[in-house]
Design a protein around this ligand. Structure first.
Ligand SMILES: NC(=O)c1ccc[n+]([C@@H]2O[C@H](COP(=O)([O-])OP(=O)(O)OC[C@H]3O[C@@H](n4cnc5c(N)ncnc54)[C@H](O)[C@@H]3O)[C@@H](O)[C@H]2O)c1
Length: 369
C-alpha cells in the first residue's frame, strides 16, 4: 500500500476549497488533508470541519508541525514568499505555492535559493503545465525547433460568474476578516514602483498585476513547448470600455523566437466566457489546446493534433476525459516526494516566468502602448 502524505493548507480560500480539496479527496490513497490555517478563524474552522483537518491558528506553527509533510500555500500573493521560505527552513517534503510564486523576480530568486540550499522541492501551481493535454502536446511537438506560428490566448470572464454558482459552496471570510486581502491589493502598486518608478500610468500597474496574477499561467506552458524567447518584441496594455466603471483590460504581446513569432493575447471580459489555450503550427503538425474554466474542476483540457498521413488529413483529439490539471499536479508532487522525480514547474524555473512578466510590462511602458 502507498504511503499517504499529510498535507497542510496555508490559506483556505476559494482555490483551496474549490480546486485543491476535491483533487486531494479524489487521491485519497496518496494524500490526507492533515492540517489547515487561515487568517479568518471562521474559514479555518469550517474547512477543518469539512475536511477533517486539524485547525492550527498560526501559519508558522502549521508549517513547522512535524505531522505535516507537504504544505500548500494558497494565501493572497504577497504572503507567498514568507511562507515558502519558512517551509524550506522547516525541511518539508515539498511545497506547492499557488501562482504567482511571489511578486517579482527578486523575491523569486530568494525562494529558489532557499529550495536549492535546503533541498526542499518548491513547485508552482501553474495548473496547465501539469495538464494531460499539455503534456501530450509537448510529446507530439517534441524538440523540433522550427515552427511557423504560435498563439497563446487567455480570454476570461470574471471568476465571480463561475464561483457564484451554488455548486461551489465555498466559505468566504466575514467582512471583518478581509483585511489581509485588501492589503494584498495595496501591495500591487509597490511591486510596480520597484520596477517602473512612480511616474507610470495606472493602466500599467493594473496590467502588471494581471500579467503576474493570470497571464503568468500561459508563460511556463509556452516556455515548456518552445523554449526561451529571444526577447519581447511588442507589448501593449489597453482598457476595453466604456463605461469606465466596468472597463476590462486587454494585453497583447509579441515574442521574438528567432525563426518564428509568438502572439500572446489576454482579455478580461464581462461575459461568462473561457477561451483559453494555444495553437502551434509547423509544416508537419498543427496543435490546438483548449483549457476548461478553472472552476469546473472535473472538466478536462483537450489537445487536437492535425497532420497528414497516407494522403489524408488526420485530426486526432487527445483528452484526459476523467483527468484534470489539479489531480495531475498533486500526482506529480507525490512522484517528486516519493520517487525523486524532477519538478516540472520548480521555483528555480519560475524565476524566468516572473522575469518575462517584468520584461513585457517594461516594453509596454517604454513604447507607450
Ligand atoms: N491555480 C489556479 O487556477 C488559481 C485559481 C484561483 C486562485 N489561485 C491563487 O491562489 C491564491 C489564493 O487565491 P484565492 O482565490 O483562494 O483567494 P481567497 O481570497 O479566496 O482566499 C485566500 C485565503 O487566505 C486567507 N489569508 C489571507 N492572508 C493570510 C495569511 N497571511 N495567512 C493565512 N491565511 C491568509 C484569507 O482569509 C482567505 O481565506 C492566490 O495566490 C491566487 O492567485 C490560483
Amino acid at each position: 500500500m502507498k504511503k499517504q502524505l499529510r498535507v497542510g493548507f496555508v490559506g483556505c480560500g476559494e482555490a483551496t476549497q474549490a480546486l485543491h480539496t476535491p483533487a486531494l479527496n479524489s487521491l485519497a490513497s496518496l494524500y490526507r488533508i492533515a492540517a489547515c490555517t487561515d487568517a479568518s478563524a471562521e474559514v479555518m474552522a469550517q474547512v477543518a470541519s469539512r475536511t477533517g483537518a486539524r485547525p492550527i491558528e498560526r501559519p508558522l506553527d502549521l508549517i513547522n508541525d512535524p505531522d505535516v509533510d507537504v504544505v500548500l500555500i494558497a494565501t493572497p500573493d504577497m504572503y507567498h514568499s514568507d511562507y515558502a521560505l519558512a517551509a524550506c527552513t522547516a525541511k518539508k517534503k515539498a511545497v506547492l505555492v499557488e501562482k504567482p510564486m511571489t511578486l517579482n523576480p527578486r523575491m523569486a530568486r530568494e525562494i529558489a535559493r532557499a529550495s536549492d540550499e535546503t533541498g526542499v522541492p518548491v513547485l508552482v501551481g501553474y495548473v496547465h503545465v501539469y495538464d494531460p493535454a499539455v503534456r501530450r502536446a509537448a510529446e507530439l511537438w517534441g524538440e523540433t525547433g522550427f515552427f511557423n506560428y504560435g498563439q497563446f490566448r487567455c480570454f476570461l470572464g470574471p471568476n465571480e460568474k463561475y464561483t457564484a454558482d451554488d455548486i461551489l459552496q465555498t466559505i468566504r471570510p466575514a467582512m471583518a476578516d478581509r483585511w489581509p486581502g485588501l492589503i494584498n491589493q495595496l501591495s500591487l502598486a509597490a511591486v510596480s514602483t520597484e520596477l517602473l518608478g512612480t511616474g507610470v500610468e495606472v493602466k500599467y500597474v493594473v496590467g502588471h498585476a494581471l500579467l503576474r496574477g493570470l497571464v503568468i499561467h500561459d508563460i511556463p506552458v509556452m516556455r515548456r513547448l518552445l523554449g526561451e524567447p529571444v526577447k519581447v518584441d511588442y507589448a501593449s496594455i489597453r482598457a476595453m470600455g466604456p463605461p469606465m466603471s466596468e472597463v476590462g483590460m486587454a494585453i497583447d504581446v509579441m515574442f521574438d523566437y528567432g525563426q518564428g513569432r509568438v502572439l500572446l493575447q489576454a482579455e478580461f471580459e464581462k461575459m461568462k466566457v473561457t477561451d483559453w489555450g494555444f495553437q502551434l503550427r509547423r509544416d508537419d503538425l498543427h496543435l490546438h489546446v483548449q483549457y476548461p474554466p478553472t472552476f469546473a474542476a472535473a472538466a478536462p483540457s483537450t489537445c487536437k493534433a492535425i497532420y497528414e498521413k497516407n494522403g489524408m488529413t488526420v485530426e486526432e483529439i487527445h483528452g484526459g476525459r476523467y483527468e484534470t490539471g489539479f489531480r495531475c499536479e498533486w500526482k506529480h508532487i507525490y512522484d517528486v516526494v516519493t520517487a525523486g522525480v524532477a519538478p516540472i514547474a520548480s521555483a528555480q524555473d519560475a524565476v524566468k516566468d516572473l522575469e518575462l512578466v517584468d520584461e513585457i510590462i517594461t516594453v509596454a511602458v517604454k513604447s507607450g502602448n
